[in-house]
Design a protein around this ligand. Structure first.
Ligand code: FAD
Length: 488
């Protein structure tokens, strides 16, 4: 679906016409036109902020925290009942706070993403909600560390942090439209059971993963639909040690890390099997349901993540296709737990303890920004004169690694949404090149982008300027004060 088609659908759906149940709103019409019902125009209550962040997921939590800590009056609009997003629902571990030093003998170990992302991990450690940065002892040509989280603790800890920072948190609230004034967003429409409201602000950050705010603002985008969607599960009543023994008995241990688990150090926290070495009954059936053999955990007797992939024929912005995919994925989840019960000793009484509330995407809309990070930028380890963070992980490693176990830079221009004066994007919606995206989309990269976008949005609001007028020096100073690491 292109931008014109999206706009047509939105017009048909009445977006911008202002329909809702908000107190004080007033109906001004409404009639049937052919096969369409034309929604009545309504008067919506207005709330005013410096910064509005849409999407309280991996990038959005950090963006809202960064904006509020700069002193900006910040609102966060999140459709689910909690913050966290895909980091709590999709991925096995947070890739990666470190460079790939273990794969490059002689290269120095360095933590290359710090700032708010690291602060979240420290808060999680205090409540037993993370493994720490556990060093990989096998498979370290992929990532040198495994940083796994307790998904439920992540939701609580980030919720508390947002509250402490004074963010106006609107959960269970859908971003449903944008109010444009030429090339500026004047406000956005938020919809909840309290009704439809207009949120006015000076600067906006889109962290919805799907690029909803950008699309409503008329930004250009593509929808490559080049990735499977997933509904990952947590499986309880299992044993990491017995899964390890099972993999070992087939010479199939591909990845292994020991870290903090159920309050004890040096426990297995990450395992991946080499599917081809496993019995066909397990590996062939796993392949049919798109099941990955990788898992991580923070607790005894629990696999925090088992991923079930499904490749949709059309983009995950198609509601009807998504409904079918949701059912298919839930069928696959049951088959997955049955496979563990049947094949892996110690898992005979396994059951599904967690599912994601909805399927997770890896790429939805890809938003056109002032700069599109290329694969060469990533693997050559290029830096820019407007870097807002550095990053050293690639999901295709060891096939593609960042040169010499180093880092590349994410430039500020890669977050500025093309054609809109006061809108930044962060998270999986940037970077159109599939291979480059296999780096920039990962959780820790999204967190760093969130900190940069939230900080920049707050500074723009303070200085009453557009995103392109912000002086890089001011942004860099603020990011350094916020603990962001840069290669000197
Ligand atoms: C199955 C899977 C496995 C992965 N594995 C890993 C891994 O092991 N390690 C790793 O580092 N990365 C992994 N990734 C990648 C990484 O998890 C994601 O790319 C990253 O978390 C995306 O962050 P985000 O902030 O862009 O989006 P999200 O974290 O998804 O946040 C988007 C938020 O916006 C909200 N939202 C959306 N639309 C609206 C709207 N209209 N109104 C209000 N709110 C809205 C959503 O509810 C959500 O909370 C994986 C991804 C998937 C899907």
């Amino acid at each position: 679906m292109d931008r014109r088609e999206f706009n047509k659908r939105m017009v048909m759906a009445g977006i911008g016409a202002g329909v809702g149940l908000a107190k004080g709103s007033k109906a001004m019409g409404g009639e049937k036109v052919g096969n369409y019902y034309e929604e009545p125009v309504k008067r919506l209550p207005i709330r005013k902020f410096d910064v509005v962040v849409a999407g309280g997921g991996t990038a959005g939590v950090v963006a809202a925290l960064a904006a509020a800590r700069q002193g900006a009056k910040t609102a966060l609009i999140e459709v689910k009942g909690y913050p966290g997003g895909t980091v709590t629902e999709g991925g096995t571990a947070l890739h990666s706070f470190y460079n790939l030093w273990k794969a490059f003998p002689g290269v120095k170990k360095r933590q290359v993403v710090k700032g708010i992302g690291q602060e979240i991990i420290e808060r999680l450690m205090k409540v037993g909600g993370a493994t720490g940065h556990a060093e990989m002892s096998k498979g370290y040509d992929f990532d040198s560390v495994c940083t796994a989280i307790d998904t439920e603790m992540y939701k609580l800890v980030t919720f508390e942090m947002l509250d402490e920072a004074g963010v106006f948190i609107c959960v269970n609230t859908l971003l449903a439209g944008a109010i444009m004034e030429s090339k500026r967003i004047k406000g956005v429409i938020a919809e909840s059971r309290s009704g439809r409201e207009a949120f006015y602000a000076k600067s906006f950050v889109d962290c919805t993963a799907y690029g909803d705010m950008c699309a409503y603002a008329g930004a250009e985008y593509t929808e490559p639909n080049d990735y499977p969607v997933v509904n990952s599960i947590g499986i309880a009543n299992v044993s990491m040690e017995k899964y390890y023994e099972y993999l070992k008995s087939h010479y199939a241990v591909k990845q292994l890390a020991h870290g903090r688990r159920s309050g004890k150090d040096n426990q297995i926290v990450r395992l991946q099997g080499e599917a081809v070495k496993l019995p066909a009954g397990f590996s062939e059936e796993a392949a049919k349901i798109g099941m990955s053999t990788v898992t991580t955990t923070v607790h005894d007797d629990y696999f925090m993540f088992i991923k079930l992939n499904f490749k949709m024929a059309v983009s995950p912005t198609d509601r009807d296709a998504v409904s079918k995919a949701e059912l298919e994925l839930r069928k696959r989840q049951l088959k997955a737990v049955e496979l563990f019960r049947q094949f892996v000793p110690g898992c005979e009484k396994a059951f599904i303890a967690r599912t994601s509330p909805k399927l997770c995407i890896r790429r939805g809309r890809l938003i056109r920004c002032d700069y599109d990070i290329s694969h060469e930028d990533v693997i050559e380890g290029r830096h820019f004169d407007d870097d807002v963070m550095v990053y050293g992980f690639h999901d295709f490693a060891p096939r593609f690694q960042i040169k010499d176990g180093g880092t590349y830079g994410i430039p500020y221009k890669a977050l500025r949404v093309a054609g809109v004066e006061n809108l930044l994007a962060a998270g999986m919606m940037i970077t159109s090149d599939h291979r480059a995206h296999m780096s920039t989309r990962n959780t820790v990269g999204c967190m760093g982008q969130g900190q940069a976008a939230g900080t920049a949005a707050a500074l723009c609001a303070q200085k009453k300027c557009g995103t392109r007028e912000l002086r890089y020096g001011d942004l860099r100073n603020a990011l350094e004060k916020g603990g962001v690491y840069f290669e000197s």
